[in-house]
Design a protein around this ligand. Sequence first.
Ligand SMILES: NC(=O)CC[C@H](N)C(=O)O
Length: 461
Amino acid sequence: MNRAVRFDDIRALAVSHIDLAGVARVRVLPHRRLLSASTHGVTISNSVGFLFSVDDHLSRTPALDPVVGDVRGIADISSMALLDAESGLAWAPADLYALDGTVHPACTRSALRRVVDDAQDARLTFSVGFELECTVFRAPVPAAWGAAGTDEVGETMRYLPATSGPASSTRALIEVEAFGLGALAALEFAGVPVEQFHPASGDGRLEFALAPRDALTAVDDLALARVVLTRVAQAHGLRISFAPVPIVGEATNGCHVHLSARREGRNVLAEPAPRGRHGLGVDGGRMVAGILDRLDDGIALLGGSVLSFARLRPASWSGAAVCWGPGNRETAVRFVPGQAGMAAEQANLEIRPADGAANPYLAVAAILAAALDGITREAVPPKPVTVDPGTLTAAQRRARGIRSLPADLGTALDRLASSGFHRRVLGDVLVDAYVATRRNEWEAFGGLAPEAVAEAVRFRY
Ligand SMILES: NC(=O)CC[C@H](N)C(=O)O
């Protein structure tokens, strides 16, 4: 967040929350309402707060009434950022409150805050950094090639990816250089520290590595970064997608979560390791075990769209195998030991199955809670996997305790709905409302070909 924001520079404030479908919803207030935005907040219906699916259909759940009832979205102006000096538009994340002034049980930002507080009680501080992957398209052309879509007047248009590879090449960079440099400057202006960006593999794909921060700030930064990137794309006549599979058959978009934990200032992932653990210490192992133990039940929180499960396939670097390994990009959890002599600063765990269709507050809350739980109950991790799990036979995978994630959103939602752990951590109202919202998407899109789903949702995240 750009701390140097002066109230006089702000002309309007976009008060935004990410809903249970993973969509950023917004209310825009004029300058004179800034103070009330952060005290009384703005009125939002339960539907906009929690119950719209990705395609704006109302979800039904006994946990929340879609028609009767309001919530207040209260801007956290300590996390406010000015988006650019010319427009004077600022952005702030909202916490959602019930009308009686208590935190709403389905507020996802508050759910993350509660998990961070639990960690603090256990004398642990988590650091989180994201790899934000996206696909950038040129302005639509009514031609016979590119990914199909429909424009505002319903005409079938074609979207061409803005780069055509090769991966990590200067050539691909140059194709989107103006956008990329504009994005870098705008992210820095908004106060989102970027470590680096590069053209990723797959047409039109870019990856921005966001610097590690405390968990809540990191997720706020991610939400803000997506707003910033969308604005810069728009200013360059481009369209951007954070969907897990924007183009079927191309490389997918993940939103990997890099996680470390400090106790009394020391990175627990850099502690001395037992033999055979490739540098992963005792508490680090417990974190890994905790995350893997809850992954099958919680995977719907790490993505939760129909396309998320089209992404989670072997040989896609999406970490679809429930196991861990040092430096291994096909395991759900990659242990990153860091350079020699730099482990204290660099060692982290990368949780790869997460993607841009998630509500990132919930995804990170679920990951941190599982890691914390692993430490608390002294969970024991499985043996590390040092090969591509996709090259092992079914019997070899079984022998090593490697599981596959649920194959589709419907199955993943059943697992989440009956997960006592996630109900305890997030509360019944939040889990029930989340499952209803995502089940709505499953019912609308679960039976369609991935191409049709990509066409319907690629520009909604
Ligand atoms: N950065 C990478 O390792 C590639 C990740 C891959 N695009 C995914 O969907 O997760």
